[in-house]
Design a protein around this ligand. Structure first.
Ligand code: PGA
Length: 250
């Protein structure tokens, strides 16, 4: 049985006081709760939040990293810098990065490798557009993104990778696939990973669901055999809506 992993993607929300307050509430309320937790605040609040979550059971995540090492790259933030302030994980390949910032599978793969080389864990996001779903190519799109994002990695590196399946039409819309539909996509993603890296890697890798997960629908989604947790956007911005999802143990 894979332990559940619940992650909060705060995106470009909050101010410093709010970020510190929310992190403090989560540290308090998740004390002793036996799942894996991560929060990913905006870059500018990472250092402040790092002080709050230090020594707790909450992992500090970033929402992106530079594809290059330190140096003349205006506006970027390197893996080494994030590591330096206590970041342990990075979310890569989020659909908002793919579609708003034109990130390709190739670029995402460079970032995945960069993160792993610097000792950061990775949450690799994949997922289909509504038009893909209608065309019946969801599994093929996910397989392509898994292949592209994880290209060239070793089996050993896969121990530091989590996949987040996020149907793009479900993100921030209040719409979700049924738990059974989501589970069936998760199974096909696991099968792709098995083909690429072997059955043992596929059995152990966590595949999270993301897209309008909340305290109401979370329990049924997390009860599915192949849904190993959630990547939560909107509902991660308040402890009242995030903590109940974190506490579901199935
Ligand atoms: P949402 O976002 O929970 O607000 O739909 C999820 C995500 O984009 O990771």
């Amino acid at each position: 049985m894979r332990t559940k992993y619940v992650a909060g993607n705060w995106k470009m929300n909050m101010d410093k006081a709010g970020a510190v307050a929310l992190a403090s509430e989560l540290v308090e309320q998740l004390k002793g709760v036996d799942n894996k937790f991560m929060i990913a605040p905006p870059f500018v609040y990472l250092d402040a939040v790092a002080q709050v979550v230090k020594g707790s059971n909450i992992i500090l995540g970033a929402q992106n990293i530079a594809a290059t090492e330190n140096g003349a790259h205006t506006g970027e933030c390197s893996a080494a810098m994030l590591k330096d302030i206590g970041v342990e994980t990075v979310i890569l390949g989020h659909s908002e990065r793919r579609y708003e910032f034109y990130e390709t599978d190739k670029l995402i793969n460079i970032k995945v490798r960069m993160a792993l080389e610097h000792g950061l864990d990775v949450v690799l996001c994949i997922g289909e557009l509504y038009s893909h779903k209608v065309a019946g190519v969801t599994e093929a799109v996910c397989e392509m993104q898994v292949k592209g994002g994880l290209d060239g990695l070793t089996k050993e590196q896969l121990a530091h990778v989590t996949i987040a399946y996020e149907p793009i039409w479900a993100i921030g819309t209040g719409k979700t696939p049924t738990p059974e539909e989501a589970n069936s996509i998760h199974k096909s993603i696991r099968a792709s990973i098995s083909n690429l890296f072997g059955a043992d890697v596929a059995e152990n890798i966590k595949i999270l669901y993301g897209g309008s997960m909340n305290a109401k629908n979370g329990k049924d989604l997390l009860a599915q055999s192949d849904i190993d947790g959630g990547l939560i956007g909107g509902a991660s911005l308040k402890s009242e809506t995030f903590v109940p999802i974190c506490k579901y143990t199935v």
